[in-house]
Design a protein around this ligand. Structure first.
Ligand code: Y12
Ligand code: CO
Length: 177
């Protein structure tokens, strides 16, 4: 399955993802394509909506101490629900759908989630550190929320200006139009 990243300001990213009801080959093919796509593009987390599929499916692969993203640490999370959240933490986040931008974002320090695996089995996970942050970031995508929505008014305005300039440069290759 060929996947293409959806980038801001595409309206698709504002769509709410639908709950997965059928855990079939179609879902498995999507998950099987999302993981290598995410690794290839240097991602640690990817929501299906970012590759144009409005379903509540996420893949996460947090690097280990050596920076390796081994398949053993791959998490496939379907229909997640946060059941507990505690503390506060700030981390500089990035997003494959908002290329080249990184911003400090405040999140819960630890979370507990209920979710389903690719076969529909119910699971429970307690997460802290980067995994907790990445899950919260990816779960926001399911609601059509991006990390840039959490910036202050002035920071967001600055971001929009810089992003527009970056898109123009991409379009023109730095040449005057
Ligand atoms: C902390 C950090 C990240 C998250 C959410 C998951 N975000 C990502 O996986 C971001 C990946 C990313 C990769 C990039 O590299 C390429 O596209 C090759 C990247 O660089 C550029 O866009 C130039 C930016 C982001 C949550 C918490
Ligand atoms: Co993202």
């Amino acid at each position: 399955m060929k996947l293409i990243i959806v980038e801001y300001p595409d309206k698709k990213l504002r769509e709410k993802s639908k709950k997965v009801e059928v855990f079939d080959e179609k879902l498995h093919k999507l998950l099987d394509a999302m993981h290598p796509f995410m690794i290839r593009t240097n991602g640690i987390g990817l929501a299906a909506i970012q590759v144009n599929h409005a379903t509540q499916a996420l893949v996460l692969n947090i690097p280990d101490e050596d920076g390796e993203q081994s398949k053993e640490n791959l998490l496939e999370i379907i229909n997640p629900v946060i059941t507990a959240k505690n503390g506060e933490t700030v981390y500089q986040e990035g997003c494959l759908s908002v290329p080249s931008f990184y911003e400090d974002i405040q999140r819960f320090e630890t979370i507990s989630i209920n979710y389903q695996d690719r076969d529909g089995n119910t699971k429970r996970l307690e997460a802290d550190g980067l995994l907790s942050i990445a899950i919260q970031h990816e779960m926001d995508h399911l609601e059509g929320i991006l990390f840039i929505d959490k910036l202050s008014y002035s920071r967001r305005k600055k971001f929009e200006k810089e992003y527009k300039r970056m898109l123009k440069e991409k379009r023109t290759g730095g040449k005057k139009e």
